[in-house]
Write a protein that binds this ligand. Structure first.
Ligand code: 4AD
Ligand code: MG
Length: 462
């Protein structure tokens, strides 16, 4: 007989004479003549209530083994439930233990701290919270592809190993090979690295943007969606060393068109997740962030605000706030400033644009004032920056000047310069941090809790 997922069983429109469910025991309650077993298979938040009568052969021995965490296979009838909490329940005809859970199983009914659950990243997807987070993560990834594919964008796979530091922030992980002539580990535990595998020093990518630009200048509209790496040792709740980024790149699009695309993108993702992950979002609204659903509704209803960096600095200066990091024109905004703008001043997502040239990488288009560049950051309540992007410098001579000012050698970027030599076009793009978007739609406050296996400084056990 074919297995039915709990989600599909809950959505059944009529009772069924026979059904097979397989999953893990979440809880068990015994009464005199029967037991309630909650079976969860991860297909949805809500487990299925199984009723096991004590007349079932080996009833006592089976229930003894059916503790929290044990894997089971249950055949029976899907019947209307008498209880208030669910529409359907299953009357077991057969009940098989596939694998018992040792008494040391850490996910017993009592609540656990997020810190503790991070230490058992291999088991935490079995909890309600993490099951919900990772279902939403999967849906969000799907919706991202859907959004771009519906708009005629092509999905491009940019390299993970690269020689170019797109952001110029020196936060790259170096890639090298082990020295195969020596034992992999010396007696003192040190590791010898041989020369670089590729002709030039190579690194893990911080962004697929530069390579995506080459494809936008051929296929017009493209996007990347893949892992990116940053060796920034910032131990914050919104930075990870390995995270996923979505980067659209559009030919013949200016900065304002890019802002429109970013706004529709964020709204599309919020609407999609609200529609397809309703039960999980309700759970987050109850147990993680009470304001979540009202905030997401609000995001859908209102246009995002826009203000230039210069206006943003004026707002911050006039706010009368005591900042931990006082800010003036020419400074990078810190998270406290970004959150103030989105949460308290505009009270909704805001796109800040035209940043000082000195704060941004070499590839951004220089404005006529010579001081600012066509950059944009989308800031959202609760998190701050979720998107960073720009219109790219398409003028060969200006790009060369910018590269010289950033100390970049033209020979290292000859292919990037070629895009400006052969049929250059105005073009724009942005990068959205996938995990930051996930934090935004779930209300989960720490980036470590939206990544299956977080790579933050000092954590790579798995
Ligand atoms: O603002 P960033 O650094 O922009 C770029 O990398 C551009 N090349 C993107 C482009 O224009 N194609 O990064 C983009 C986004 C940020 O807004 C943030 O959401 C996320 O990536 N991000 C991080 N997320 C988690 N951990 C980190 N260490 C992150 N660094 C950036
Ligand atoms: Mg940025």
């Amino acid at each position: 007989m074919q297995r039915t997922l709990v989600k599909d069983a809950h959505n059944s429109t009529e009772p069924r004479d026979s059904i097979l469910l397989q999953g893990w025991v979440r809880t068990r309650r015994d009464s005199k003549t029967f037991s309630f077993v909650e079976l969860n298979d991860g297909s949805c938040l809500k487990g299925m209530q199984i009723i096991v009568q004590n007349t079932l052969p080996d009833y006592e021995a089976l229930m003894h083994k059916a503790g929290t965490g044990a894997s089971i296979s249950v055949g029976g009838k899907l019947v209307a439930s008498q209880g208030a909490g669910q529409k359907w329940e299953v009357q077991a005809d057969t009940f098989e233990i596939i694998g018992e859970a040792d008494a040391s199983y850490p996910l017993q009914k009592k609540g656990h701290t997020l810190e503790f659950l991070r230490e058992i990243a291999h088991l935490r997807p079995r909890s309600n919270l993490f099951g919900a987070v990772f279902r939403v993560r999967s849906r969000l990834a799907y919706a991202i592809h859907q959004f771009f594919q519906e708009r005629g964008y092509f999905y491009v796979h940019t390299p993970i190993i690269t020689a170019s530091d797109c952001e110029g922030a020196g936060e790259m992980f170096r890639v090298s090979t082990l020295d195969t002539d020596k034992p992999p580990r010396a007696e003192d535990g040190s590791v010898d690295f041989a020369s670089d595998f590729f002709a030039r020093q190579s690194f893990l990518t911080v962004s697929g943007q530069l390579e995506a630009e080459t494809f936008a200048c051929a296929l017009s509209n493209v996007y990347t969606f893949g892992p990116t790496f940053r060796a920034e040792n910032s131990n914050t709740s919104r930075h990870a060393a390995e995270f996923w980024m979505i980067e659209p790149e559009s030919a013949f699009l200016d900065l304002f068109g890019n802002m429109d695309l970013a706004e529709s993108f964020v709204k599309y993702l919020v609407a999609d997740v609200r529609e397809h992950c309703a039960a999980d979002l309700e759970f987050f609204g109850k147990f993680v962030d009470k304001e979540l659903n009202a905030r997401l509704d609000f995001v859908l209803q209102r246009p995002f605000q826009r203000c230039s960096y210069t206006e943003a600095i004026e707002i911050l200066e006039k706010s009368g706030r005591k900042w931990e990091h006082p800010v003036k024109w020419g400074d990078n905004m810190q998270s406290e400033h970004e959150r103030f703008l989105a949460e308290e001043h505009f009270k909704c997502p805001v796109t800040v644009y035209d940043y000082p040239k000195t704060l941004k990488p070499f590839y951004m288009r220089v404005n006529d004032d010579g001081k600012t560049v066509r950059a944009m950051d989308v800031l959202v309540p609760g998190i701050g920056e979720i998107i960073g992007g720009s219109q790219r410098e398409e003028r060969l001579d200006v790009l060369r000047e910018n590269m010289a000012a950033h100390g970049l050698a033209e020979k290292d970027y000859w292919w990037y310069l070629d895009l400006r030599k052969y049929g250059t076009v105005p073009h724009s793009g942005f990068g959205m941090g996938f995990e930051r978007m996930l934090m935004f739609v779930t209300g989960v406050a720490n980036i470590r809790d939206v990544i299956p296996f977080a790579r933050t400084p000092g954590s790579a056990d798995f």
